[in-house]
Design a protein around this ligand. Structure first.
Ligand SMILES: Nc1ncnc2c1ncn2[C@@H]1O[C@H](COP(=O)(O)OP(=O)(O)OP(=O)(O)O)[C@@H](O)[C@H]1O
Ligand SMILES: [Mg+2]
Length: 423
């Protein structure tokens, strides 16, 4: 779409803002920007009017997942055309179909009383047709008709999606190999992990302390195939947002949640990367429990699971990082050295000990967590991480659990509060 670029205060945009204000009721701190504004981060609402030169592809990039592009124009034709573009893009769902908006004449002295508007929500994580190694499952937002709210749909991708991805990753593999691997993944491996995830999400809802339950997704419904395995799951959407947290607050909330997951629910997440964490109104949350394991689970009882977890661990980014850091002396604690390529709570502790130093590096968290690497707080957190990964006595580390990490963070908090306590 090519129109004049303008930053003026458009009456049409004001109407669009009023009209869409009620759409995401219950969500505080939604970020809104006009198209012509140069917003530093992704936003939840982007407003454009017929003075803007906007593109659906750019709107997709500038919006957070679940964010809305709202377009208002004096021309019904243009709004219909915009709706068509948004539908054809495939990454959006048109939530407010083209419609007339009216306002008091005072607000629209130049253009009369009538305008037209369309609003669409970004429901896909990546634009249709694009590929990424970041995600394995087909994850998108869908409207739950019963409540009118958006929920997350996570499902096993189609044969076509998986075959294309494998082909990209292994361009030299024969078509037979690709077909064979695709069948295994779609028919067995991914449904097994999704079925386990549903079980873990239910356990979390049952056993987490009440105040932490909203920081992991609640499962809402499943569809199983005839073999009983889950192929599609719906869960609550932990929408990114909220007031920016300090680095210490991020660390405190994440370690409190991890301690409860380990000690109360008695499960290990096993893939606690920043991609699998969220920052919401409710605080820091964890998602993607597909690779989780019960603390007392004996995987050797199931040849299938042992094999799947062995394969998963050899491909796992965290395990690779742990291996490299051990080799280069950045991890010396025996706790982590013996956890390498194993199912062990220490794997989660390793992730968190690392990520509390750089939560701001995740693009999704821009503007949601304030980190000043030069600050005393950041320095203290780095020391805490070092004392976990490279303790004075590597054979007998003193900080060995998520709860120890949480206590270390509490000590920093007290230090920061009174400014003089020795740490
Ligand atoms: N309940 C949820 N609330 C908010 N965001 C979610 C939720 N579930 C998934 N997401 C978003 O979707 C992305 C992909 O989902 P998820 O991590 O569950 O699957 P995946 O990455 O495909 O699985 P894996 O990490 O095992 O490959 C997440 O990184 C997150 O951005
Ligand atoms: Mg994930």
């Amino acid at each position: 779409m090519l129109f004049r670029l303008s930053t003026r205060n458009s009456p049409l945009i004001r109407i669009a803002q009023r009209k869409t204000r009620r759409l995401d009721r219950g969500h505080r701190y939604l970020r809104r920007a006009k198209w012509a504004e140069d917003a530093a981060h992704q936003v939840d609402y982007l407003y454009a009017d017929d003075g803007d030169d906007w593109q659906t592809q750019d709107a997709f990039v500038r919006l957070r997942w679940g964010g809305m592009i709202v377009y208002a124009s004096r021309s019904a034709e243009e709004v219909r055309w915009a709706a068509q573009q948004l539908r054809e893009h495939g990454g959006f769902r048109v939530d407010l179909p083209p419609q007339t908006v009216r306002s008091a004449p005072l607000l629209l002295p130049m253009i009369g009383r009538r305008g037209y508007l369309v609003a669409a929500r970004k429901v896909m994580l990546i634009p249709p047709g694009e590929y990424t190694d970041r995600f394995t499952f087909d994850v998108r937002l869908i409207r739950d008709e019963a409540t009118g709210r958006d929920v997350v749909l996570k499902r096993v991708p189609s044969y076509k999606q998986i075959a294309e991805r494998l082909h990209r990753k292994f361009p030299d593999a024969s078509p037979e190999t690709i077909l064979d691997r695709t069948r295994k993944l779609v028919d067995r491996v991914l449904p097994v992990f999704l079925t386990r995830e549903v079980g873990f999400l239910s356990l979390l809802q049952r056993d987490l302390p009440r105040e932490l339950k909203s920081r992991v997704p609640k499962p809402l419904g499943v569809e199983r195939s005839s073999d009983g395995l889950v192929r599609t799951m719906q869960m609550e959407w932990l929408r990114l947002g909220g007031k920016p947290l300090s680095q210490l607050e991020f660390a405190r909330q994440a370690s409190t949640l991890l301690a409860a997951v380990h000690d109360q629910v008695k499960i290990i997440h096993m893939d606690l990367r920043l991609d699998n964490m969220v920052i919401t109104n409710e605080g820091v949350g964890f998602i993607d429990f597909g690779s989780a394991v019960r603390v007392d689970e004996d995987l050797s009882q199931s040849p299938l699971l042992s094999k799947l977890f062995d394969e998963m661990m050899s491909a796992c980014q965290l395990q690779r990082m742990l291996g490299q850091m051990t080799q280069t002396g950045r991890v010396t604690s025996k706790l982590f050295i013996s956890a390498h390529q194993k199912i062990d709570r220490a794997v989660d502790l390793f992730s968190l000990a690392l990520y509390i130093n750089g939560p701001h590096k995740h693009p999704d968290f821009a503007g949601l967590v304030d980190v000043d690497p030069e600050s005393k707080m950041a320095h203290k957190l780095r020391l805490l991480t070092a004392s976990i990964l490279r303790p004075k006595n590597p054979d007998r580390p003193s900080l060995i659990s998520a709860d120890d990490l949480r206590r270390g963070i509490d000590r920093i908090e007290r230090y920061m509060d009174n400014g003089k306590r020795r740490w």
